[in-house]
Design a protein around this ligand. Structure first.
Ligand code: AFP
Length: 330
């Protein structure tokens, strides 16, 4: 129940978390992440768009903004007193924060996903996955919370603690206030976001895309995972995919800090997230930077993708078989 006299949509993030009966430590953690986003926004607006002169584990040149956003979040989490372990796309390994796991959380995050889009002024975002305790190499279905902050024409934050998906907007005082609660995705959509090069699609994905185009589904793709997923969530319809490719059997997106949190949010909104063969949230990661193919959005469209893949690609590629059983290729 919101405070008498306060309309539901003046509720700030901390109050909403309290109304969802989220415990104090997790409430504090989520609010600290929201607080960090204010400094990330500032770095996007005023920061150096150049390169940091370093590269991440993937050998990708780190942009100054990537490194800055990573530092901002890392510092917040470090001093939050409720984090046991953390890791991000920019880190080579898991960073221990506290040996004591009791009442604490482990956090995997992509500090500035899509950062290469900033210099062409397209939307980017921060993606966060939260587990209880010390273990970050758990199946995604064990997450206790997931959220993203979208730095677009407006700055919005979308979170779930397993009780629906809720969107907040940043006001002119840089506070996050409730925009909408219990976001729902329809069973079938009318837009698709196809990642990866079309000429590298495998037969099943190719057949699926042909079917979508014959159905008159519109293509919407920004190159940023956060705005593209946000579009599917807030329009309540659509499917995003970055599939297994002929030369990339595990696709491009990272399981721990891109796919797991978005799969948690989309499933909480009534959608689905699959590798094309199995549920993303059931994947058992064996190493922190593993990748997986992804089809995520309307439940019926994801199921259809799986049908096309099963029909046209009876054999699971050797690479994915090895990956899904033992470890994720880096
Ligand atoms: P960067 O973070 O390197 O810009 O990559 C963004 C991303 O990981 C994800 O946000 C997009 O969905 C995907 O890559 C886009 O990949 P393509 O540029 O190959 O379409």
């Amino acid at each position: 129940m919101s405070e008498p006299g306060k309309t539901k949509f003046q509720i700030d993030l901390r109050r909403h978390l309290r109304e969802q009966e989220v415990n104090d430590n997790l409430t504090h953690l989520i609010c600290e992440i929201a607080e960090a986003s204010k400094y990330i926004i500032n770095s996007i607006r005023t920061g150096d768009l150049g390169v940091a002169g370093t590269s991440n584990l993937y050998g990708e040149e780190q942009l100054a903004l990537d490194v800055l956003a990573d530092r901002i979040l890392r510092k917040r989490l470090d001093h939050s007193r409720v984090v046991a372990n953390m890791m991000s796309e920019e880190m080579d390994e898991i960073i221990p924060v506290s040996p004591d796991c009791e009442g604490k959380y482990s956090v995997a995050f992509d500090p500035l996903d899509g950062s290469s889009l900033v210099d062409v002024n397209l939307a980017v975002g921060t993606i966060v996955s939260i587990f209880e305790g010390c273990d970050l190499l758990q199946q995604g279905r064990n997450q206790v919370a997931a959220l993203y902050v979208l730095y677009g024409p407006r700055t919005t934050l979308v979170y779930s603690v397993g009780k629906g998906v809720h969107e907040f907007g940043m006001n002119n005082l840089m506070e996050f206030t409730l925009l909408q609660e219990n976001i729902c995705i329809q069973p079938k959509g009318n837009l698709y976001s196809p990642g990866g090069q079309r000429n590298k699609y495998t037969p099943g994905t190719e057949a699926f895309v042909n079917h979508l185009e014959e159905r008159g589904v519109k293509l919407r793709y920004s190159g940023g995972f956060v705005p593209d997923i946000n579009q599917v969530l807030l329009k309540g319809k659509g499917i995003f995919f970055y599939p297994h490719l002929k030369d990339l059997p595990n696709g491009k997106l990272r399981l721990l800090f891109e796919l797991n949190p978005m799969a948690f949010l989309v499933e909480q909104a009534g959608g689905a997230a699959s590798t094309g063969r199995q549920r993303i949230l059931d994947l058992q990661p064996n190493e922190i930077h593993g990748r997986a193919p992804v089809f995520i959005g309307c439940k019926e469209d994801v199921a259809l993708a799986e049908e096309f893949i099963a029909k046209f690609e009876s054999e699971t590629p050797a690479e994915e078989k090895k990956t899904s059983k033992k470890k994720f290729a880096g």
